[in-house]
Design a binder for this molecule. Structure first.
Ligand SMILES: Nc1ncnc2c1ncn2[C@@H]1O[C@H](COP(=O)(O)OP(=O)(O)O)[C@@H](O)[C@H]1O
Ligand SMILES: [Mg+2]
Length: 393
């Protein structure tokens, strides 16, 4: 079994390190069994933690000066699945690539497991890149090498012996579900299989951290889901920290614990996914999430006015469930609040990490005291009238 990852005597991460990482993870998960008591014995940062302290990145080239990262301070706990989103050019890749020092920060401190990697020399960088694996959108496989050859390459370069290479490649190929494909060439593999090779190649050095730059962007939705569940499985079984960039908000919602929104090189907002997605505060976040939050039904959106046009107008009311203390919509109380003519026009409710998130759109007669009734309600986090439509149009 691939759990040999955590056990083998030659494993670079100690047994206690593994315990510490699992502990860090159990703290993140609402409702997960806690390991209270273990934490006090571990004072050093758990393997796989990342910390940005006032990181800046400026590119200077003949084309001019680009401030790609400004004042970035974040903590990525060991064992987390941490997502980075932002518009094209926001600085996402620059941020990710500072974690394995493919980019060197222009200013600030960049800590991996509590050590500042900004000052690392060549030898230390080689060791760092074994601890921080990376996968790419276009897989970056060598077409002239077999699956085995591609996955074995980092170990060959590191001077690992043949017998151990055999064993470790077999181990990671099993982990990613590619047993039996050792002698196949990349051109004979599907996109999803190619990315599994990419993941196996990244894992074969037994990293603590896995960086993924748009790793599912070249895949169809179904394959994306299977790669995501593989990444989640790896995160759980190996306690590996995963930092991923994606432009697909559903990817973040599917597997990330925390999300960071970058906008023009700065942090727009960051926090648990359920919180940021449940109540996006920054323009950039709202724009990125727009495809996720379904718009109003066309026939309502096209007829909606900011004020009632007549006495029979219906108010269109949005009840937002933002996760914090959110309870399931109580239909009896909604009817008590809005009257028996209330109708659900649209609903979109999800659970993210056990927290209710989404909205209900309800229509109800626009009587004069409706706004005050809504402002006094204690059913949901927020209720507001978003417009009015004529009753019988
Ligand atoms: N090597 C480089 N030299 C000069 N400018 C760069 C370099 N890499 C990235 N940039 C610039 O830095 C900004 C951020 O780029 P990047 O980190 O790739 O953003 P993202 O991944 O969010 O699209 C962009 O304006 C980009 O053009
Ligand atoms: Mg990029």
């Amino acid at each position: 079994m691939s759990l040999a990852f955590l056990g083998g005597a030659d494993h670079p991460i100690s047994e206690t390190g593994a315990v510490a990482r699992h502990h860090a993870k159990s703290e993140r998960r609402p409702g997960a069994a806690s390991n209270a008591g273990l934490s006090s014995t571990h004072v050093t940062p758990a393997a796989g933690s990342v910390r940005f302290e006032g990181v800046e990145k400026v590119y200077t080239s003949s084309a001019g000066r680009v401030e790609a990262l400004k004042d970035i301070s974040i903590d990525i706990p060991a064992g987390a699945i941490f997502g980075i989103i932002g518009r094209s050019g926001a600085g996402k890749s620059s941020l990710l690539r500072t974690i394995n020092r493919l980019e060197r920060p222009t200013a600030g401190r960049m800590l991996v497991d509590g050590q500042d990697i900004a000052a690392y020399g060549e030898d230390e960088l080689v060791a760092l890149r074994r601890r921080v694996g990376m996968i790419f959108q276009h897989f970056n496989l060598l077409s002239a090498k077999t699956v085995f050859g591609n996955v074995a390459l980092p170990l060959l370069v590191a001077g690992v012996g043949a017998a151990e290479i055999e064993a470790r490649v077999a181990e990671v190929l099993k982990l990613v579900g590619l047993e039996g494909k050792e002698t196949t060439y990349p051109s004979r593999l599907s996109g999803g299989q190619k990315q599994r090779v990419g993941i196996a190649r990244a894992l074969v050095s037994r990293p603590e951290i896995l960086l993924c730059d748009e790793a599912t962007s070249a895949l169809d939705p179904e394959t994306t889901l299977s790669i995501l569940s593989l990444l989640k499985d790896i995160n759980r079984r190996l306690g590996l920290t995963i930092v991923l960039i994606t432009h697909e908000m559903s990817v973040i919602r599917e597997i990330c614990d925390e999300v960071l929104v970058l906008e023009a090189g700065r942090i727009a907002e960051t926090g648990p996914v359920w919180k940021v997605f449940g109540n996006p505060r920054h323009d950039a976040t709202q724009a990125l999430l727009a495809p996720l939050t379904r718009g109003l039904p066309e026939e309502i959106a096209s007829r909606m006015t900011p004020n009632p046009v007549d006495d029979a107008s219906l108010a269109i009311i949005e009840f937002a469930y933002t996760g914090e203390g959110g309870r399931e919509p109580d239909l009896a109380r909604l009817v008590a609040l809005l009257g028996p003519e209330a109708r659900i026009v649209q609903s979109q409710l999800d659970r993210i990490d056990g927290h209710l998130s989404g909205r209900l759109i309800v229509s109800a007669p626009a009587s004069g005291d409706l706004p005050s009734r809504l402002s006094g309600q204690d059913l949901v986090n927020a209720a507001r009238i978003i417009g009015y439509v004529p009753a019988n149009a």
